[in-house]
Design a protein around this ligand. Sequence first.
Ligand SMILES: Cc1cc2nc3c(=O)[nH]c(=O)nc-3n(C[C@H](O)[C@H](O)[C@H](O)COP(=O)(O)OP(=O)(O)OC[C@H]3O[C@@H](n4cnc5c(N)ncnc54)[C@H](O)[C@@H]3O)c2cc1C
Length: 398
Amino acid sequence: MDLTFSAEERAFERDVREFIAAHLPAETKRAQSLTPSVFSDPEVIVAWQKALNAKGWVAPGWPTQYGGPGWTPAQRWIFETQCALAGVPSISPMGTKMVGPVIIGFGTDAQKNYYLPRILAGDDVWCQGYSEPGSGSDLSSLKTRAVRDGDHYVVNGTKIWTTHAHHANRMFALVRTSEEPRQQEGISFILIDMKSPGVTIRPILTIGGDHEVNQVFFDDVRVPVSDRVGEEGKGWTYGKYLLEFERGGGIASARLREALKTVAAFADSDMTGHAIDDPDVSLRLSEVEVDIDALEMAELRVLSAMQTGQNPGAVSSMLKLRVSEIHQAITRLGVDVIGNDGLVVEPMRPLYTLNHEPVIPEALLPVVPKHLNGRAYTIFGGASEIQRDIIGKLVLGI
Ligand SMILES: Cc1cc2nc3c(=O)[nH]c(=O)nc-3n(C[C@H](O)[C@H](O)[C@H](O)COP(=O)(O)OP(=O)(O)OC[C@H]3O[C@@H](n4cnc5c(N)ncnc54)[C@H](O)[C@@H]3O)c2cc1C
């Protein structure tokens, strides 16, 4: 693969840099730097998403006929890298990277015409209704029922760990529409209006004290049959297709590199008493950097394959695994580097004094929350053991 950029690509890089400088509000950038979470709350990203949409840059992976920018892999890489360098917040992946590709691949024209422009504009906030109590890794055992009643399904059951359900007005969900001997069959993929009567959302607070995930209950919730994507009973196929995009098909290496640089800068500063002088710290910084280099190459390979119309495939499990583990290695290093300063950060304890002064230098405030939040990376989107299983079977053929 030729990694030398052409003059056109360098010009594109300048365009992206100028666009970010002109459209990213300073307050958004600060909010993003302080958030411990995978992606920011919708109100933080709304202005940025609108600016991206006006430029046609919201969904780099989409075909141009649906509003994608038609970028080459190199342009996508340049865009993501510039966004990472500038500290741009990530757009929620639930619309553009998850339900969007499924609607493009399997939706009706009416669904495409209605939902796709709304995803690009950020008019809908989506959440993912896959996991249930008792059905996580063993997802195909899911029990939420959707029973046909004329032009509607009547949905009963519960979904759990639903990220941002409390912000969402739409959920894409896997539900059981019939009982079949093979549990992967009889599952359908439906789009649920979260404002429908019978939907109840209960918050779940995570280890860092964040309200990010929820349990969602459905009591006789009516969903129009026209909001089923694809064929009835074939939802497992669409759900798995979506997981390939959730796990791979993005570029995480640029953001991981910036996160590592931030930790390295802390380690090389008075704030941490120059923790970098500890050989253990400097060695771990180097090891993670090498891991990021290797990840970047793998991501570029997948991007190239996607450019020729292929979907990410099982290799997305390898990317998901490495991204999760590298993220955790960086946040763990961060905690070790800031040392005792980390002890003042506890869930629910104010991080600012009554005079609005941060209790430790503001730049260090997110270090412990990011570490705590990051514990979930090796669980959500499919736990690491499951990814290893997929890699063993489908990539290595063992
Ligand atoms: C912060 C967070 C956000 C999430 N957001 C969402 C969301 O928005 N939407 C959604 O649908 N879900 C979401 N999830 C749920 C997530 O996908 C599941 O938690 C995950 O798939 C694991 O399922 P489980 O929790 O039921 O654990 P289990 O499946 O019970 O697994 C428990 C442990 O056993 C291991 N294990 C299970 N089966 C095997 C096996 N066959 N071989 C080897 N080891 C195995 C697992 O790896 C894990 O370590 C989220 C989870 C978290 C933590």
